[in-house]
Design a protein around this ligand. Structure first.
Ligand code: F55
Length: 824
């Protein structure tokens, strides 16, 4: 401890240039972070050196998004110096918790996809897998959300303004990135046609490295994030030719590339700068991968034995064309050889079946920005369609007439003609990869049977499932110390790296003393949340209420509106004196809406309007409260999830690819009210469906309902309580003086076809909520189920997920000496 204290003080003085006697929390947080980083860097260097020495096969995880959140606490726990640090900082006059609050969340992602990437890096580090995360260091991460007059207002997330003590910027290792320009043809010595892409604009990519430690194993992997730097300041001529201001303008223009994260999820926004971001990131990453590969190899055909590249959704899929370009135009390989290398190296993870989220890029834009890549994509497509034709003809499909073949080719082509001629990035990713995986069992089945059914027939081995998981380090050990300590006192700490060990809790569910201790841990977390809400929102929570929580991005398919209709109905019953047996509850909502997503923003407004009405109504507010948690983010999830008793996972069946919040809640002892969707299904199977509150129509039932003509008005007319709730929303009951404010929401349900089947599931949802309320009155039974839920969550560790990726997709093994936990 004395060592750590000394190091902190030294950093306050010599790294931060401050007086150690002036007790600034900001300085002491930064100094502590630097002292922790000092303890990581040796192991990071050793880890990287061991990959090199052992010629280990490396895994590269390519993601446009990461959501690491805060690093301090996690890193202290991984290094096993949390207690030491707590004491040291206390000696220096600080509470470690308060210091940790100084850190800004690294919010370089939108939601589940970005957080999954961060959980996966944690697991690679813990399992000792030679992995790297590659991404973009956005200057501005996901916007900061404030709620003003009930509405979302977006503020810039200037997360690096206060500096980032965790990152190493490597300004001396810059990689060139080219855009535009033209392609020249030439003939090689064997008379083959060759191509050279000559640069138009050039930008530079600067690496920023963030260290990702494993759990208690001395293994530290690298997350390398690229930041755009202009080349003009390296081109002295430019400054000297008299166009000084022009040069500065160009510098600003170039560096715009890594300025901001696009804040939309599940909607594809085809903006030129976004394509630039993707290619900028991809080419820098591929150059870095090949630089490392070429240190030990001359023969490019060995690449797949040494390198696996995982594409996190299609956002980095242009990497397939980029690797082809390098192999063809720089290494002068033949097409077939280059293509085999590509397919054997790449694998692609799909995260959505929503059609509006499938990426396409206009051919005209690609032709201009990346002319050589567009040529390569055309060539990939031509060869692929010839292959489709060959397979289709060779198969015994007598009835396959040319018309069908033409339709098949149109469906699977990399190019879609309408509404504008565009490249389908998912098709490029599928054809260019040896593995295509979904993120939960149902999701993968839907990929095979619906979205990519043609590809499933063409390549029956390619599409596979890897159900998501979450890291127990952050989402149990670090976020929930009261519960973790209780668990550890009975079964030891092995569950932190082997989550299956939680099954040892099962017999304890029958032990009243253990149940009481389990409840005490939950209460402690509820009280901690209460204190936080008081500080931040100046509101008093009732900790004896059932804490019912719905936190995730706001999207129609996630059906925050269904939850809201339950709240309004509960409010009506209480007002009308029809709810004598109502179990008091506080309903929490949280989540960001894409700034361009009108309906999602209006949903936030409606939740806040209902909250204001309910909370102000003294007839009901001792029994029902509604809280909107502004600026939902990773660090907020870490506070809220441990305090949650009821987890809302109520998406329209078939539409949530997996969900990962669902897993975090159950791991922390919340019971789930949920639909038969995503990974919630697999949770119900692992835990026992009778231990969750599952309701609503299943995916196949919705398909047939849709086919037979779904009429939401039938539900409206047939259900008095539903009608009352919808009428109130449409009238101005919650929006006095703002006529018609929530009409778009109601109209969308009643007259817009209710695409997400809110009305169809309303009555069953109410029934399930009734069951929840009833069970909560029986605290012994509730606690028993809570324990069993957590005890059976072992499968949902990201360690299990990553082990499957490593074995079944990447063919990589943990570094020797790290297989069973601790390293040298
Ligand atoms: C971000 C940008 C674009 Cl252009 C499209 C989508 C996204 C995004 O954030 N998607 C996302 O978060 N998808 C989620 O991925 C999770 C991890 O696999 C799933 O659990 C979740 O179901 C899915 O919606």
């Amino acid at each position: 401890m004395e060592g750590l204290k000394k190091d902190v003080i030294r950093h306050v003085v010599s790294s931060l240039g401050s007086d150690y006697a002036s007790k600034s929390a900001y300085n002491y947080y930064n100094a502590l972070a630097l002292a922790v980083r000092d303890r990581l860097i040796d192991n990071w260097i050793k880890t990287q050196r061991s990959y090199y020495d052992e010629k280990a096969k490396r895994v590269y995880y390519l993601s446009l998004e990461y959501l690491p959140g805060k690093s301090l606490m996690n890193n202290l726990h991984c290094l096993g110096i949390y207690e030491t640090a707590r004491k040291a900082m206390s000696d220096l006059g600080f509470s470690l918790e308060d210091l940790a609050e100084q850190e800004w969340d690294a919010g370089l992602g939108n939601g589940g996809l970005g957080r999954l990437a961060s959980c996966f890096l944690d697991s690679m580090a813990t399992l000792g897998i030679p992995g790297y995360g590659y991404g973009i260091r956005y200057d501005y991460g996901i916007f900061h959300q404030v709620i003003e007059d009930g509405k979302q207002v977006e503020q810039a997330d200037n997360w690096m303004r206060v500096g980032n003590p965790w990152a190493y910027e490597r300004g001396q290792h810059l990689f060139p990135v080219r855009f535009f320009g033209e392609v020249k043809n030439w003939t090689d010595e064997y008379g083959r046609l060759r191509h050279t892409w000559t640069a138009g604009d050039t930008v530079l990519a600067m690496p920023c490295d963030m260290l990702v430690p494993g759990w208690d194993n001395h293994h530290v992997i690298n997350m390398r994030l690229w930041s755009a730097r202009s080349d003009v300041e390296f081109d002295l001529d430019f400054f000297n030719t008299g166009n000084y201001l022009g040069a500065v303008e160009e510098k600003i223009f170039d560096e715009k590339i890594s300025k901001v994260l696009y804040p939309s999820d599940q909607i594809e926004e085809g903006r030129e700068l976004r394509l630039k971001q993707q290619y900028f990131f991809v080419t820098a990453t591929i150059q870095d991968i090949l630089r490392r590969f070429r240190k030990k190899h001359q023969d490019m055909t060995e690449l797949p034995q040494s390198v696996a590249i995982q594409l996190n959704d299609t956002h980095p899929a242009i990497a397939i064309a980029e690797l082809m370009r390098i192999l063809l135009d720089e290494d002068l390989l033949d097409w077939e050889v280059a293509w085999d290398i590509c397919v054997s190296t790449f694998a692609y993870t799909n995260h959505t079946i929503l059609p509006e989220a499938l990426e396409t890029w206009p051919v005209s834009l690609l032709e201009r920005m990346l002319p050589r890549h567009m040529q390569i994509i055309y060539e990939i497509n031509a060869r692929f369609l010839r292959e489709v034709e060959r397979v289709a003809r060779s198969e015994d499909c007598g009835q396959l007439c040319h018309r069908d073949l033409d339709h098949l080719k149109q469906r699977v082509s990399l190019i879609q003609e309408r509404p504008i001629k565009s490249v389908r990035m998912a098709h490029l990713a599928i054809i260019g990869s040896h593995s295509v995986n979904g993120v939960a069992a149902l999701h993968t089945e839907l990929l095979k049977a619906r979205v990519f059914d043609d590809f499933q027939r063409l390549y029956p081995q390619k599409i596979n499932n890897k159900t998501n998981g979450v890291t127990p380090r952050r989402w149990l050990w670090s976020a929930n110390q009261p519960l973790s300590r209780l668990i550890a006192s009975h079964i030891g700490t092995g569950f932190v790296r082997n989550l299956d060990e939680l099954t040892q809790l099962e017999p304890l569910a029958a032990d009243p003393a253990f149940r009481e201790a389990w409840r005490a841990a939950k209460l402690e977390n509820k009280q901690r949340l209460q204190a936080y809400i008081k500080r931040k929102l100046m509101r008093e929570l009732h900790t004896e209420h059932l804490f019912d929580v719905h936190i995730k991005r706001i999207h129609e398919y996630k059906r925050q509106v269904l939850n809201l209709l339950h709240v309004v109905t509960a409010y009506n019953r209480l007002r009308h004196g029809q709810a004598a047996d109502f179990t008091p509850r506080t309903v929490f909502f949280g989540g960001k809406a894409a700034p361009s997503y009108f309906m999602a923003k209006r949903i936030i407004h409606a939740i806040n309007a209902v909250a204001a009405t309910v909370n102000a109504d003294s007839r009901v507010n001792d029994k029902l409260q509604v809280v909107y948690l502004p600026n939902y983010c990773v660090s907020q999830a870490e506070r809220v999830i441990p305090a949650t008793e009821l987890s809302e996972q109520i998406s329209t069946a078939g539409m949530e690819a997996s969900g990962t919040g669902n897993m975090k809640f159950a791991l922390n002892g919340a019971l789930t009210i949920g639909t038969w969707d995503g990974a919630t299904i697999e949770m119900a199977q692992a835990i026992g469906p009778e231990l969750l509150f599952i309701f609503g129509m299943r995916e196949d039932e919705l398909v047939s309902l849709r086919q037979h003509g779904y009429n939401p008005m039938l539900y409206y007319h047939g259900d008095e309580e539903l009608r009352e709730a919808l009428d109130m929303l449409r009238s101005d009951a919650f929006s006095p003086g703002q006529h018609g404010l929530f009409a778009p929401l109601v109209d969308n349900l009643l007259h817009g076809g209710d695409r997400f089947f809110v009305l169809a599931d309303y009555r069953q949802y109410l029934g399930a909520q009734q069951d929840v309320g009833r069970l909560y009155l029986d605290q012994e039974e509730w606690t028993r189920r809570s324990i069993l839920n957590a005890a059976r969550m072992g499968f949902f560790s990201s360690d299990r997920a990553i082990s499957q990726y490593a074995r079944e997709i990447w063919d990589v093994a943990p570094m020797a000496g790290l297989q069973n936990g601790k390293g040298a």
